[in-house]
Unconditional design. Structure first.
Length: 443
């Protein structure tokens, strides 16, 4: 830890406590070690040789969601997110995992997430499981009871998987509609392009409608966020280098992300590779070029009309929004999605109480720390229910699945649908386009 942690950041913490009310785990427990200030004190104690980094210390570090809500609240601008990732990296080097855990980590972090072909195979397999009747058989025979509760819950709310991602569906280049504003590149992600391939396609088409030519470099790989959050920093750097090469020659002004969790690491590639002489300069260009799709649409797009319902006497539909922590706290793009939602005619946007608080997803936190994730989700669903919204929108796949789980557990599925904000917006353009096409006799 002494070798890996930024000691200046450790000593920057003034112990003022502004981070305490921003921290989800501190709010749940009221315990000082469950706060950013407390965890930084523990880190410093280990680095200074005052305490040993034992299992209790590791558990406390892993109990952090990594939502980084403490960073905007910190008057000293302590880079807590970097400290927690550096700590987990140091701990992982010396972790004594059992054979099963070690094997699973190797399979996921080295054998699945970085391998596009294997992800497509998983997508095809999941799609077959969902469509062939195997899902019904598995549930009916009770086989799912053999899995932990959090896995059973996730299986229930998985969206329709696909072995065909955005490139397979629309190619690597998609033209702008009308006069071109700029040429941009889409970061398609790994899980995003398997479970949310429709969202990737809709992102490209929405950008096209707004005047952007979109390219999708096919050589890109996983962003490395799950690796970085899990203490696999070297693997995260390897993936970053591959992505830098993939986007280097694309000739684009912006690299567009539609997943807050991915985008938050992409904008920090410059920090991730700051000591890499070969890639540090390219990483600075890349990080400066990354932008969330909502922010790009608001700030530079030629926005089309978004129409919830063309019937003049239709009652307004109520929509609300759950922030992606990383989109809000790292990418600083909290307002842009709200601006877009407020542009939808005949839709009433209702701000959800504590929408800026973490939902408990946090990458794979809801799988590794189900108890704390569940507690946080319960509060979130209380606030969501009060909005009486028909649509709950978000900007990150993990948040979407977590909120979808909350809606199902609380029996609100019949009145509240959880969608990515891009899907909600593009459907409202597509509906208008379909009607316009029909009026011209081309439908």
């Amino acid at each position: 830890m002494l070798a890996k942690l930024d000691y200046d950041q450790l000593t920057n913490c003034m112990r003022c406590g502004f981070c305490l009310p921003a921290c989800p785990t501190f709010r749940e427990t009221g315990l000082e070690p469950e706060s950013p200030r407390g965890r930084i004190a523990l880190m410093k104690a280990v680095v200074d040789g005052v305490m040993e980094p034992d299992q209790a210390f590791a558990d406390q570090m892993n109990h952090c969601l990594g939502c980084r809500a403490c960073e905007p609240a910190c008057p000293a601008d302590v880079k807590y997110g970097q400290l927690i990732e550096q700590t987990r990296d140091a701990l992982e080097e010396h972790a004594e995992h059992g054979l099963a855990v070690k094997g699973l980590r190797n399979v996921l972090f080295k054998g699945v997430f970085p391998k596009r072909g294997r992800l497509k195979w998983i997508g095809r397999s999941l799609a077959f499981y969902q469509k062939s009747g195997l899902r019904a058989i598995t549930r009916g025979t009770g086989i799912m009871k053999l899995f932990p509760g959090q896995i059973r819950e996730m299986e229930r709310i998985l969206p329709q998987a696909s072995g065909q991602g955005v490139v397979e569906r629309i190619g690597t280049t998609y033209p702008a509609k009308g006069e071109k504003i700029a040429r941009v590149a889409l970061f398609r992600g790994c899980i995003m392009d398997v479970l949310f391939a429709d969202t990737n396609v809709n992102t490209v088409k929405l950008l096209s409608e707004a005047g952007f030519e979109v390219v999708i470099p096919d050589a890109q790989v996983c962003c490395g966020a799950l690796h970085a959050h899990s203490g696999e920093m070297d693997q995260a750097r390897e993936l970053a280098r591959v992505n830098l090469q993939a986007f280097k020659d694309a000739g684009v002004e912006y690299i567009v992300s539609n997943a807050g969790g991915c985008g938050a690491l992409l904008v920090e590639y410059d920090h991730l590779l700051q000591d890499d002489q070969q890639y540090s300069e390219l990483a600075r260009w890349f990080a400066a070029s990354v932008v969330d799709v909502s922010k790009l649409l608001v700030e530079r797009g030629r926005l089309p009309a978004f129409d919830e319902d063309n019937a003049p006497d239709a009652a307004p539909v109520t929509i609300t929004y759950q922030d992606s922590c990383h989109l809000r706290n790292v990418m600083k793009s909290a307002d842009a999605p709200r601006q877009l939602m407020r542009r939808v005619s005949n839709a009433r946007f209702v701000e959800m109480k504590e929408a800026d608080r973490c939902c408990g997803s946090a990458g794979i936190y809801n799988v590794t720390q189900p108890e704390m994730a569940g507690q946080i989700l319960e509060h979130k669903m209380e606030h969501a229910a009060r909005t009486e919204a028909s649509y709950l929108l978000t900007s990150n796949p993990g948040c979407l699945l977590q909120m979808k789980l909350g809606v199902e557990k609380h029996g609100a599925g019949s009145r509240m649908e959880v969608l990515h904000v891009v899907d909600f917006l593009y459907e409202r353009i597509a509906r208008g386009n379909d009607e316009a096409d029909g009026s011209k006799g081309s439908g």
